[in-house]
Design a binder for this molecule. Structure first.
Ligand SMILES: *[C@@H]1O[C@H](CO)[C@@H](O)[C@H](O)[C@H]1NC(C)=O
Ligand SMILES: *[C@@H]1O[C@H](CO)[C@@H](O)[C@H](O)[C@H]1NC(C)=O
Length: 217
């Protein structure tokens, strides 16, 4: 084909144009997952026949309006990776520094068998706030050092643990949609990553499920 100079300019403009469009359409896995999760329809369970739970919990579910300000955040923790296998979200308390040190070591120790190649596992510790300013500045320093602390603006207390659970799920949807699995746990729990990581990876490879699931223990 003979392309006259004018036509060749046009051809290259057209191809630049198409390159721009395809670049815009090429969303990252993180963006794709985040937008799917944000638009997921929540469906509520019908009351099982022999349940003792009051009807109103099934008939009029009122999702908690959880909009506490984030005091400490790590917005890029997951988005800097293409995809993660597992995100641990650990409910911890300010004074449990020793437990967090042990968990950090455990989380970094990923089995390197052929099954688990290129696997990325990340963790965050989540907190409310306390009235003790010493503890508050300790947690800020810890966040600056390890970049694995998330804190929201509600009072830390044992009875507010449900707020922490909601905080965990909300954070995982907003900032870590590219994780295949999310595990919400307390800081007194130990994890055998040499069993868990290959197991989850194997489940993922086998899985034909399109939906996400929640497993509770
Ligand atoms: C605040 O926390 C620190 C560190 O755990 C503790 O030594 C101090 O007694 C606490 N202060 C108050 C007022 O509870
Ligand atoms: C739980 O957090 C809310 C919001 O900060 C606070 O008003 C409430 O007092 C907390 N509950 C307890 C038991 O500390």
């Amino acid at each position: 084909m003979i392309i006259t100079p004018k036509l060749s300019v046009l051809v290259s403009i057209v191809s630049i144009y198409f390159a721009c469009i395809s670049f815009a359409l090429e969303q990252s896995y993180f963006d794709k997952r985040t937008s799917i999760l944000k638009h997921t329809k929540v469906t509520y369970r019908k009351k099982p026949k022999r349940s003792n739970v009051p009807d109103e919990y099934y008939d009029k579910p009122r999702p908690y309006k959880h909009n506490f300000k984030r005091l400490i955040n790590e917005p890029d923790l997951c988005s800097r990776h293409e995809r993660l296998l597992l995100l641990y979200i650990v409910r911890s308390f300010h004074t449990n520094f020793g437990r967090r040190e042990i968990l950090r070591e455990i989380f970094q120790d990923i089995p390197h068998d052929p099954y688990s190649k290129n696997i990325i596992v990340r963790h965050v510790f989540i907190f409310g706030k306390t009235k003790n300013s010493t503890l508050e500045s300790l947690i800020q320093n810890e966040g600056n050092e390890y970049r694995d602390i998330i804190q929201e603006d509600f009072m830390e207390s044992y009875t507010n643990i449900s707020l922490k659970t909601i905080m965990a799920w909300k954070w995982s949807v907003e900032f870590c949609g590219n994780a295949d699995y999310v595990m919400v746990m307390n800081d007194e729990l130990f994890v055998d990553q040499y069993k868990l990581v290959p197991y989850l990876h194997y489940q993922l490879l086998q899985s034909t499920r399109k939906d996400r699931f929640v497993a509770c223990y």
